[in-house]
Design a protein around this ligand. Structure first.
Ligand code: HSE
Length: 437
């Protein structure tokens, strides 16, 4: 995705004068970028312009006070596009209107550094072509896993391998929510905290329903496995249906619950899914708490490589952005390999955790077992704790490895049983041999 300027004008600019930088957006990440730049005073790089919808308000913020008085604040994007800045740093997010602005910036010969995962997941290939056409850079190291250098690490360090599988935790908000729920907190409280702390997207549904992680998984699939996936075709499952009882039953199974994103090459097909999954307590993913992200990349020659660190939050993400700015300013090259469009399926062969909430009566387990037998799925365990009211009884069935689509087929008929008070919850369970561990 990273494209490079064939000429040396950025390098010359650095030597002869300064590389001028404009920020689009002065929210959590934008103000942190300004703080990091002000604190580190990198020679040859100068923040000259800031675009924001309410410049008067942002100008009086603490971060703004660190900036030189010469910085031009504007709410008119044309001021940036027609300026002499060399690098446009986009930290606003979303496709519209940002995509159009960045296309104009690239066409005007400005390099672009962005943390915008939706933009890169959906439009990355075409923006990269545009950048190449105009001999400028498009860098997006902050688009996946915030401050964890998984994108430069994969592009530069794993370009020589054949990556077949990747998995991990790429949404800090979901990890923050689930790891705090594991400790007993309730969902609504921790979601509100994540919003307050600036981890969550402006619409937190993007985090909890898996759309943020899905975009990141598509970017990772492209750079690591050279497989271009349509994000809309990647299966997602919300974490909002996970309850305290699931952590309790997961613990009995020596597991916890994390939002896991996984993708695996299978010939011309890619298996890809973003969902809450049961993760063994012995897995590094189970040890990842708060906004920590973790990506495990499995290569044919090099084996597993693990990237881990803070995946959300202003300063960790700002580090990735500023690193991209410095790379552009110094004319650094990155490895580029051809990418192919791939079909995608959400199916994985895995054990499954099924949680039911029923109005109890005789024969329920027998009926569930019958539906699973019909599709050829074998029950591995049944967990039912005493003490829950009979009229609202939660219990769990786990299966031996089966295709998720097979289990879904059985669940479609199980969900129609009169005694079912809620839609059954179905989670894939990671096994020790999964590289996700
Ligand atoms: N909302 C995102 C997260 C921010 O929680 O991971 C970083 O992309």
């Amino acid at each position: 995705m990273t494209t490079k300027r064939k000429s040396t004008s950025i390098k010359k600019a650095k030597v002869d004068s300064v590389v001028k930088v404009a920020l689009l957006g002065f929210g959590t990440v934008g103000s942190s970028v300004a703080r990091v730049l002000a604190a580190s005073k990198f020679r040859g790089v100068e923040l000259t312009h800031i675009f924001n919808r309410n410049p008067a308000r942002k100008r009086s913020s603490d971060a703004a006070r660190l900036l030189p008085a010469s910085v031009v604040w504007t709410d008119d994007i044309d001021v940036i596009l027609h300026s002499d800045v060399d690098i446009v740093v986009e930290l606003m997010g979303g496709l519209n209107p940002v995509e159009g602005w960045l296309r104009k910036a690239l066409a005007a010969g400005k390099s672009v550094v962005t943390a915008n995962k939706q933009l890169i997941a959906y439009r990355g290939t075409s923006l990269a072509k545009l950048a190449a056409l105009h001999d400028v850079y498009l860098m997006h190291g902050a688009a996946v896993a915030g401050g964890v250098p998984v994108i430069p690490g994969v592009l530069q360090g794993l370009g020589g391998d054949q990556v077949t599988k990747l998995s991990g935790i790429v949404n800090g908000t979901c990890n923050y929510i689930l790891s705090r729920m594991e400790g007993g907190a309730d969902y609504a409280t921790v979601l509100a905290d994540a919003q307050q702390l600036g981890y969550a997207e402006s619409d937190p549904a993007a985090d909890v329903d898996g759309h943020d992680a899905r975009a990141k998984l598509c970017i990772l699939s492209r750079i690591a496995m050279h497989a271009e996936l349509n994000p809309d075709e990647v299966a997602t499952q919300t974490i909002s249906t996970i309850e305290a009882i699931d952590f309790s039953y997961a613990k009995e199974l020596n597991c916890t619950i994390r939002q896991v994103s996984r993708a695996e090459l299978d010939g011309k097909l890619v298996h890809a899914r973003v969902a809450p999954m049961l993760v063994p307590l012995a897995s590094p993913m189970a040890w990842s708490h708060g906004t920590q992200n973790m990506v495990i990349v499995s290569g044919r020659f090099g084996g597993d490589v693990v990237f881990s660190g803070h995946g959300a939050g202003g300063e960790p993400t700002a580090v990735a952005v500023v690193s991209d700015v410095l790379a552009v300013a110094q004319g650094c090259k990155t490895v580029q390999l051809p990418v192919r469009k791939r079909e995608v399926t959400g199916d994985f062969m895995a054990p499954h955790y099924l949680r039911f909430v029923v109005d109890d009566k005789p024969g329920i387990v027998s009926a569930i077992s019958g539906a699973l037998t019909t599709v050829g799925a074998n029950i591995d365990s049944i967990l039912q704790r005493r003490g829950y009211p009979k009229h609202r009884l939660p219990f769990v069935v786990t299966t031996e490895p089966s295709l998720t689509s097979t289990i879904d087929h059985a669940l479609a008929s199980i969900a129609r049983m009169d005694c079912m008070l809620e839609r059954p919850l179905c989670l894939q369970m990671l096994e020790p041999e999964d590289k996700a561990e």
